[in-house]
Design a protein around this ligand. Structure first.
Ligand code: GCO
Ligand code: MG
Length: 402
């Protein structure tokens, strides 16, 4: 029997910080799993290195579900982003190994293609409305069929979602940047630019918007109503989702579809959102929600309630997660859309391969396993670089949800 012989935790910063788990079997097969938790990277690296790696050595790499249950139940302490990200890395690496051993891409192990390709959305943004409109035009020219639109709120420095340079990167400072926030100004402004996007470009593509947890339930209801004529694909994270009940109130006021889940890490965190049909899209993904095995479980639950998938795919999720997500996306019946922002040029020096983009669609690699390789030599050029996400403060100085 093949056994797990080695498990290495690899930390590198090619454009941004990534934590990767590489498992090697006694037969010399390797598998990769992403373990990146933005701004808390080393907590997961330690969880893996100090607590999970010793448990993996000598185990049968083929027993993915058993290993998942062993690590989850065996921890005694349940859920939480650090635990679920660490377990996700192990699970993903074992799926990669299983694919390589079988000589099949992972999506074939998950049941094969349920569709021809994976619809993606990317991020258009601007410091003002003309800049946003130019950026939307650019993504239309690149063939995107779905585009997220965010513009800086006038007078609010560092508004969420605005790209500076080639890639959007909010974790940009060695200590958290404190950024101002005004709900009143946002609520007055955001619907106007979303409408301008529709007026200029029409309705022949999907338009998305991320509220990024900033509103109260009744404010979110007002926002959703205000943008109904823009026919958004979704409004994302209108309120912080710890309060699952809040979405009932939002829902009772608006038909704007709701997407939630990028900051949630288990099926229990999204249980009521799904079973009470309080959302339309569940945004959990491989790296933060327990890996391919657990994500499939969430998506199957969602399918029962006509909730579709819309996995998180920001740049702080490594190319290993993107590759794994696309294998899942192409194989599940209730796929909705996949976020895809692209990566910094340096990232491709470390992570080779992965899905290919054409005309608004991603296709999974046809290589056995996930189809991603890690370049140790290149990784060494990019040492860990501590970065934090910003913190938001209301204009009266109190802390808000960033
Ligand atoms: C998104 C997300 C990201 C998060 C980031 C936090 O929809 O892409 O909201 O931009 O802010 O992943 O680390
Ligand atoms: Mg988001």
């Amino acid at each position: 029997m093949s056994t797990i012989e080695r498990a290495e935790v690899l930390v590198t910063s090619p454009g941004r910080n990534y934590v990767t788990l590489r498992i090697t079997t006694s037969d010399g097969v390797t598998g990769l799993g992403d373990a990146t938790l933005n701004g808390r990277e080393l907590a997961v690296a330690s969880y893996l290195r100090d607590h999970l790696v010793p448990l993996l050595i000598g185990r049968d790499p083929a027993r993915i579900e058993d290993t998942w249950q062993y690590l989850y139940r065996g921890a005694y302490w349940r859920r939480g982003p650090v635990t679920m990200t660490a377990i996700a890395a192990v699970d993903t690496a074992l799926w990669d190994i299983k694919g390589k051993v079988a000589g099949l891409p992972v999506y074939q192990l998950l049941g094969g293609r349920a569709r021809d390709g994976v619809l993606v959305y990317s991020h258009a943004s601007g410091e003002d409305v003309p800049a946003l409109l130019d950026d939307v035009a650019r993504f239309r020219d690149l063939g995107y069929r779905a585009i997220r639109a965010q513009a800086a709120v006038p007078g609010i420095a560092g508004s969420y979602g605005v790209r500076h340079g080639k890639v959007y990167e909010p974790a940009a400072t060695a200590l958290p940047d404190e950024q101002p926030w005004s709900t009143e100004d946002y609520l007055d402004f955001a619907p106007t630019y979303l409408r301008e996007v529709r007026e200029r470009f029409g309705f022949g593509f999907h338009l998305l918007h991320d509220v990024h947890h900033r509103l109260s339930p009744i404010e979110a209801a007002r926002f959703g109503k205000a943008v109904e004529d823009c026919r958004l694909f979704w409004m994302e994270d209108p309120t912080p989702a710890e309060n699952q009940e809040a979405f009932r109130l939002i829902r009772s006021h608006t038909t704007t579809p709701i997407a939630v889940g990028e900051a949630l890490s288990s099926i229990w965190d999204v249980q009521h959102l799904i079973t009470e049909q309080l959302i339309d899209y569940v945004r959990t993904t491989v790296v933060h929600a327990g890996g391919i095995s657990h994500l499939r479980r969430i998506f199957d639950l969602a399918a029962l309630y006509q909730v579709r998938t819309g996995s998180h795919g920001a740049t702080d999720l490594s190319p290993v997660t993107l590759a794994a997500a696309v294998h899942v996306d192409i194989s599940v019946p209730n796929f909705g859309i996949q976020e895809y922002m692209g990566y910094a040029d340096e990232t491709a020096e470390v992570f080779h391969g992965g899905p290919t983009y054409a005309g608004g669609i991603l296709l999974p690699s046809e290589e056995p396993g996930l189809g991603i390789e890690y370049d140790d030599e290149a990784a060494e050029k990019f040492p860990y670089d501590p970065r934090y996400l910003p913190v938001a403060r209301r204009l009266d100085g109190s802390v808000h949800d960033w």
